[in-house]
Ligand binder design. Structure first.
Ligand code: SAM
Length: 420
């Protein structure tokens, strides 16, 4: 069977729009599909999977296609090596010369790749992980796990439904669903079903949220009636979980500098049924509007802006959109936001610093520096917090989640307590 021509050429056009990498790939793809409302779901699936597949394997594909990594050659090489197609299937979309080249592409040996290419990670990331003591084998395993597509994780809103009820209902709808291994509120769905039109979603019985992200919220462990802040709330993935853990009582401030992200929180809040959340846009982390809360909050979560390299399964383009310099800038923000958020915590209160990064300098290094300059705070081993929460997950001082070990995105978190 020959490769269907129309979706093949549409994919090349999609790659032309995505590959400049000047905007996030998912934004570029939404625009691409919006401009082509007549595309059928099968073709849309082929195009999206091929574009994201090229991004996931772009380091190796660039090397194979050098010196001419055009969208067409990248796509051909991806389909030949990853799509399991034989040369005859390319007849309708290639000439004789291209098919000869594809023969060489298929024969390209894995030993010819560098560590960064085999791991599908930028060389600067490999260098940072190696400098932090990770072996080549560990870097390879991590990179390859981050290059695989992610499943769809949901968080059940226990204010509206029980996890087993939602599980049963989704199974009745023909979906393959399992409870997540660590989060007591999570479900893992295979494939990519469009659940945002599901009646249970509209009723607020579940939200889409990676299990790792759920665990970060569980580390903050807010209680009913407390005063809590989600300092970098964004569109509220963790806010909604925290509000649920508080049983919609007390007060939960959702701060963020981005009006747009906070606006995306609004419909989610409406579905969730929570009434304890107060979203507030702030100008920056030292905004005078938050100063009045100094020393008053029981718990503060800092889900810091970061490189996002732990989420490469979902956002493979991020590895080409981040750099040593962008992480330098993020490091400055992370230090400053953590210091500002810490001022809100009362004596005896809890502060959680979290990222979805795999880089030690966005994680342990920020926490170590903070502790050195804030002797009033001390580290609470994550192992003890998990034990209190009855979550059977082995960790040491920090929460360090990786796709290869835990099946979720890469996350980091540290729990701190203010003792004086
Ligand atoms: C990792 S994202 C948060 C994701 C969100 N917590 C969730 O679970 O969906 C980091 C957020 O920090 C916000 N941010 C950046 N600079 C900030 C600042 N100075 N103060 C507060 N939030 C900030 C960004 O707008 C972004 O929404």
């Amino acid at each position: 069977m020959s490769l269907p021509t129309a979706p093949f050429y549409e994919t090349i056009e999609a790659l032309r729009q995505v590959l400049p990498l000047d905007i996030p790939a998912d934004v570029a793809m939404s625009r691409f599909f919006r401009d082509r409302p007549k595309l059928g779901s099968h073709d849309r699936g082929f195009i999206a999977e091929s574009v994201f597949g090229v991004l996931r394997h772009k380091r190796q594909l660039d090397r194979i296609c050098a010196p001419e990594a055009t969208p067409k050659r990248l796509l051909l090489a991806f389909l030949a090596r990853r799509g399991g197609l034989n040369l005859r299937e390319f007849e309708a979309v290639t000439n004789e010369q291209e098919r000869q080249w594809l023969g060489q592409v298929k024969g390209f040996k894995a030993e010819q790749f560098s560590l960064g290419e085999t791991a599908e990670l930028p060389d600067w990331v490999v260098a940072e992980l190696a400098a932090a003591g990770q072996s080549s084998e560990a870097i390879l395993t991590l990179g390859q796990a981050l290059a695989r597509p992610a499943p769809l994780d949901l968080r059940v809103n226990t204010l509206k439904a029980r996890r087993d009820e939602v599980l049963e209902r989704l199974r009745q709808d023909g979906l393959t669903v399992e409870p997540t291994p660590y989060s007591p509120h999570g479900l893992r769905v295979q494939g990519k079903p469009a659940l945002n039109r599901h009646p249970l979603f509209n009723e607020g019985a579940f939200e889409v949220q990676d299990e790792g992200s759920q665990l970060l919220g569980l580390l903050l462990a807010p209680r009913r009636g407390e005063m809590v802040a989600d300092f970098c709330a964004g569109a509220g993935g963790k806010t909604l979980l925290l509000g649920m853990l508080m049983n919609s009582s007390g007060r939960l401030y959702a701060f963020d500098v981005s009006e747009k992200r906070l606006a995306n929180l609004k419909p989610r809040l409406a579905r969730s049924g929570l009434s304890n959340v107060q979203p507030q846009r702030i100008e920056h982390e030292n905004d005078s509007r938050i100063k009045r809360l100094a020393g008053k909050l029981d718990r503060v979560l800092v889900d810091a802006p970061c490189s996002g390299l732990g989420t490469l399964r979902r956002n493979p383009d991020l590895k080409f959109r981040q750099s040593v310099q962008s992480v330098d800038e993020l490091n400055q923000k992370q230090r400053s936001i953590l210091a500002a958020a810490a001022r809100l915590v009362k004596i005896g209160g809890r502060l959680v610093y979290a990222t979805c990064s795999i880089l030690p300098r966005e994680n342990e290094a920020i926490v170590a520096e903070f502790l050195a300059s804030h002797p009033q705070f001390e580290l609470v081993p994550v192992s003890s917090v998990l034990a209190e929460q009855k979550i059977a997950l082995e960790q040491d001082d920090y929460l360090q989640l990786t796709p290869q070990q835990h099946g979720c995105d890469g996350f980091f978190a540290a729990v701190l307590t203010r003792r004086s």
